[in-house]
Design a protein around this ligand. Structure first.
Ligand code: FAD
Length: 365
């Protein structure tokens, strides 16, 4: 994964602050990252991907996340879409879509609706079979990367169950409206999507038929949670670097900030946050790579721990830099805003706690 890491480092450099302020990722960066397979690194080499295991993909995700959470968010969406094609699609769909996702096309993933946020069972988007076609009707909100996307993986109701369908963004009936001024990940291209009588060939439905909503959502979210968790490790690494460099060089009361015990505690806590998050992500990725049944709860645990630690850690780092970090474009201010969002997406803190409590009772009661 060294080449992918070096490519990400070279393409992002220290531009993420400018991209955040501009609210836009450069098209050439997205194209290059996509065309090199870096946005969905676990796609097998047979489909033009990098064939990484979850652990290597996680470390790469952390690297991208340490530089730019907006780009990492696009990477998470692309990775979910590719994973869903691999997991839910048939051979023909894998052969059609995976090479596109590893050669520059961008995909986003749309679950959330105005009245279906934490409770995805309230989803009302409908995918209706009509002869050799399906017709899609509905409204999606806050879809990351939709502004850049060539395809949307849309989840909706299908007969008595649910389905995931690949919708080209240029299909008649698709309308994409950018979400202005998000709190964080400002260059991630969030948008709301209207789907008005969008007619596509039936082959656009992954697996060709309806499946239980819970199974579809769990498949997609498990990849997404692990990716977000590794992204949070990246946020913590960026914060640790910024806070330690500043505390070692900035002097107050006759000595470096790091020499003041209350500041030193922030650095120690940040180190603990980064280490704990890394270890728990490695554990979850190990479950993915070993295909163990613990994967689903361990991805929830990793996301929950890493998101909370990233939000706390970014607040600490901002505290250490104080006025030196208190501006748009600074690494820690950006991390502070980006990390807060990680406590909301892919299962909020509260939803993760409910799942973990259920797991606790199953195992420990
Ligand atoms: P609500 O569900 O209304 O919840 C509000 C609050 O109540 C939260 O704190 C929640 O934890 C709490 N709550 C809700 N139910 C319970 C309960 N039973 N018990 C305890 N507490 C509860 N969606 C997509 O489909 N694709 C994307 O790419 C995508 N990207 C996003 C990017 C960003 C930056 C953001 C902010 C959102 C994104 N979303 C995306 C939407 C995201 O998944 C939802 O915001 C999230 O699921 C929470 O839903 P909600 O915002 O409607 O909050």
């Amino acid at each position: 994964w060294t080449a992918a890491r070096e490519l990400a480092a070279a393409l992002v450099g220290d531009s993420a602050g400018d991209w955040d302020v501009a609210g836009k990722l450069p098209a050439d960066v997205l194209l290059r990252m996509g065309a090199e397979g870096v946005l969905c690194p676990q796609v097998p080499e047979a489909y033009g991907g990098l064939g990484m295991d979850s652990l290597s993909c996680g470390e790469l995700t952390a690297e991208v996340g340490s530089r730019c959470s907006s780009l990492r968010s696009v990477m998470t969406s692309q990775g979910i879409a590719a994973w869903c094609v691999a997991r839910l699609g048939d051979d023909a769909q894998r052969a059609e879509w995976l090479p596109r996702l590893t050669s520059g096309a961008i995909a986003c993933v749309a679950f959330s609706e105005p009245d279906a946020g934490s409770d995805l069972s309230a989803m009302t988007t409908r995918i209706r079979p009509d002869g050799d076609n399906v017709v899609i009707e509905g409204e999606k909100v806050w879809t990351t990367a939709a502004v850049y996307a060539d395809f949307i993986l849309v989840f909706g109701r299908y007969a008595d169950g649910a389905a995931a369908v690949i919708v080209p963004t240029h299909a008649p009936g698709v309308r994409i409206e950018r979400r202005p001024d998000p709190l964080g990940c400002r260059a991630a291209g969030h948008a709301d999507i209207r789907l008005d009588s969008v007619r596509l060939p039936s082959g656009s439905v992954l697996g060709g038929a309806g499946q239980p909503l819970g199974m579809l959502v769990t498949s997609a979210l498990t990849y997404g949670r692990l990716s977000v968790a590794w992204g949070c490790v990246g946020i913590l690494r960026a914060c640790l670097t910024a806070a330690c460099e500043h505390a070692a060089t900035r002097r107050q009361f006759g000595k470096p900030l790091a020499g003041h015990q209350l500041v030193a505690r922030h650095l120690a806590e940040l180190l603990v946050d980064e280490q704990v998050s890394t270890l728990i992500c490695r554990q979850a990725s190990g479950h993915w790579d070993d295909r163990t049944p613990e994967l689903v709860p361990s991805a929830v645990l990793a996301k929950h721990v890493a998101a909370r630690r990233a939000a706390d850690g970014a607040a600490r780092a901002t505290q250490v830099l104080a006025s030196a970090g208190a501006r748009d474009g600074s690494v820690v201010a950006r991390a502070y805003r980006d990390a807060k969002l990680m406590e909301i997406i892919e299962g909020s803190n509260e939803i993760c706690e409910l799942i973990l409590a259920e797991q606790a009772v199953t195992v420990w009661a």
